[in-house]
Design a binder for this molecule. Sequence first.
Ligand SMILES: [Zn+2]
Length: 159
Amino acid sequence: MLPRDCPKCGLTFNAINAYGQCPDCRYAFEALPTQIILSGHLGKTSESDLLAAIAAYHQVPFLVSLDYPVENKLATELGEAFCRCHSTIPIKIDGTVRFIVNDPAIHGLVDDLLDKTKQLPEFAVSDISCIRKKQNEHFGCSTRRSSIDIFPMEIPDRT
Ligand SMILES: [Zn+2]
């Protein structure tokens, strides 16, 4: 069983896979790996609270806006399919190359980056829409939506 805190009502509950529905408020969402690790500690969270908590857990920057340049050479080497499939792109922050992601603990991410770049990746956490914006800036807009919706995550209702 995979425990997680419902972002909408804060209830901690178990589901058999990452996708699950809150038994209390019926909110259905895909739990990120770090959201599962932090279950019982998160409670009710907005999407940005959740991403900030994930960044803090991994001790990496949480970027609210992406005013940093794409690391063009590396992004081109990794390729569009790889970056979109992993919902990431390398950017340069104060001289350090960091991969922006929703959650550094996503299964297979570190291994695949290590395999491609031959070095341990540094990360920064950001919103999926910011990540896609950066990908579109670098690769151009993609119409193949199926290739970019690998990790669906519903945005918590803020009302
Ligand atoms: Zn709930």
